[in-house]
Design a protein around this ligand. Structure first.
Ligand SMILES: Cc1cc2nc3c(=O)[nH]c(=O)nc-3n(C[C@H](O)[C@H](O)[C@H](O)COP(=O)(O)O)c2cc1C
Length: 393
């Protein structure tokens, strides 16, 4: 009899993903930049925060539901967009189905391997993510496509500076999967028969194109082709952010905010929400953990817009801590990617169930009846824990 595919923590999902995936695919999910300090801090800072539980007077029923950008969700956990391919044959559609089954919002990257139409069909609560890449005309056309497909909000991710190089080495990712690259990557893949079989069974090969960046009547660019276009695009100004928000015309989340002055400018640009984010430690290494900078940003703009957080969430208790420090909801990245790598769609559902269970335990133990009651008094916050970036600006 095979091993029970259910896993009890995200750490176990990661171990299984490491065993199951070819090493270059696994390493692409680890990602990070330079020394990896920001990744470590994103994770470590949650462990530094303690809980202050109550002993009696707990609530038999606890409300974990909320809304994010006007969309109802069964808990304050959103799937963060990730442009990683080749983890699972169904890729983002598997993630979208898992999120739909758990009544959770799906964030879809424009660098994803599945078309937005397939993803919104699997989960009607999909937010579509874009970078600032290509001409305004290209971007308008991509927005129009996502809107027509039924995306309920736009996520503009702007914290990217093309930093490259990792002290632990970067995985080799081919331009496209063809006979030549297949032979080259064979030693990586041959040791992972179950992963290989999942693709053979689906009749597909790992897709390294970006169908959502396909121009009308043209071909979908490869991942590297899309990356090249992005590198060649002049970086956006705050007026460009305003243009993007107006062009989209609906709920708009700016992802990647670290500084208080940027948060204020985002409010001025008319965004509906921000995510305090450092791209999961993939942008400028040594940027502090998002949970350290959340309180200062919530204080500055929390009454004006919704403030989300992403980076380092690996358990439901982390979600409770972020909410106690003022986040409306969190977005998760690697946590669900590990679930997907370990056990496909069911693995993502498993991760979402772990998030829900852990959050519910925290709300119970803290003597709260709803996530809305979580507050800093529920936590033990070490001296010098928080950081404020750009408050003078
Ligand atoms: C492999 C990988 C690919 C990512 N791709 C994207 C992307 O295409 N668009 C985006 O907005 N963020 C992307 N991110 C960032 C995530 O959306 C999110 O901000 C980050 O993973 C949160 O940190 P966590 O992994 O610790 O949860 C990516 C992250 C990883 C790890």
């Amino acid at each position: 009899m095979g091993r029970n595919p259910w896993f009890e923590t995200v750490a176990e999902a990661q171990r299984r993903a490491k065993k199951h995936l070819p090493s270059n695919v696994y390493d692409a999910l680890v990602a990070g930049s330079e020394r990896g300090r920001t990744i470590d801090d994103n994770l470590g800072a949650f462990a530094e925060l303690g809980f202050a539980p109550r002993v009696a007077g707990h609530h038999a029923k606890r409300d974990l539901t909320t809304t994010v950008l006007g969309v109802e969700t069964s808990m304050p956990v959103v799937i963060s967009p990730t442009g990683v391919q080749a983890v699972d044959p169904d890729g983002e559609v598997a993630v979208a189905r898992a999120a739909a089954n758990r009544n959770v919002i799906m964030g879809l990257s424009s660098f994803a391997s599945k078309p937005v139409e397939e993803v919104t069909a699997a989960n009607s609560n999909t937010f579509y993510q874009m970078y600032w890449t290509g001409s305004r005309e290209d971007m308008s056309q991509r927005m129009e496509r996502a809107r027509t497909a039924g995306a309920k909000a736009l996520i503009a991710t702007l914290d990217w500076s093309f930093s490259n190089g990792r002290d632990w080495g970067s995985p080799e990712v081919p331009e496209a999967i063809n006979f030549k690259t297949a032979v080259k990557l064979a030693p990586n893949v041959i040791t992972r028969p179950r992963w290989l079989w999942s693709f053979v069974r689906s009749g597909r090969i790992p897709d390294l194109t970006t169908p959502n960046l396909q121009p009308p009547g043209g071909k979908a660019p490869t991942f590297f082709g899309a990356y090249y276009e992005w590198m060649q695009t002049p970086p956006p100004t705050w007026d460009d952010v305003k243009w993007m928000r107006e062009e989209w015309g609906g709920p708009f989340l700016l992802k990647g905010v670290s500084r208080v002055d940027d948060a204020r400018r985002a409010v001025d640009a008319g965004v509906s929400a921000i995510s305090v984010s450092n791209h999961g430690g993939n942008n400028l290494d040594t940027t502090p953990a998002t949970i350290r900078i959340l309180p200062s940003i919530v204080e500055a703009v929390g009454d004006d817009i919704e403030v989300l957080l992403d980076g380092g969430i690996r358990r439901g208790g982390d979600v409770a801590k972020a909410l106690a420090l003022g986040a409306r909801a969190v977005m998760i990245g690697r946590a669900y990617l590990w679930g997907l790598g370990a056990n496909g769609q069911a693995g993502v559902e498993n991760v979402l169930d772990l998030m829900r269970g852990g959050l519910d335990s925290a709300v119970l133990g803290l003597g709260r009846s709803s996530i809305r009651e979580l507050c800093p008094d529920d936590l033990v916050i070490p001296d010098g824990f928080t950081r404020t970036l750009g408050a003078a600006g």
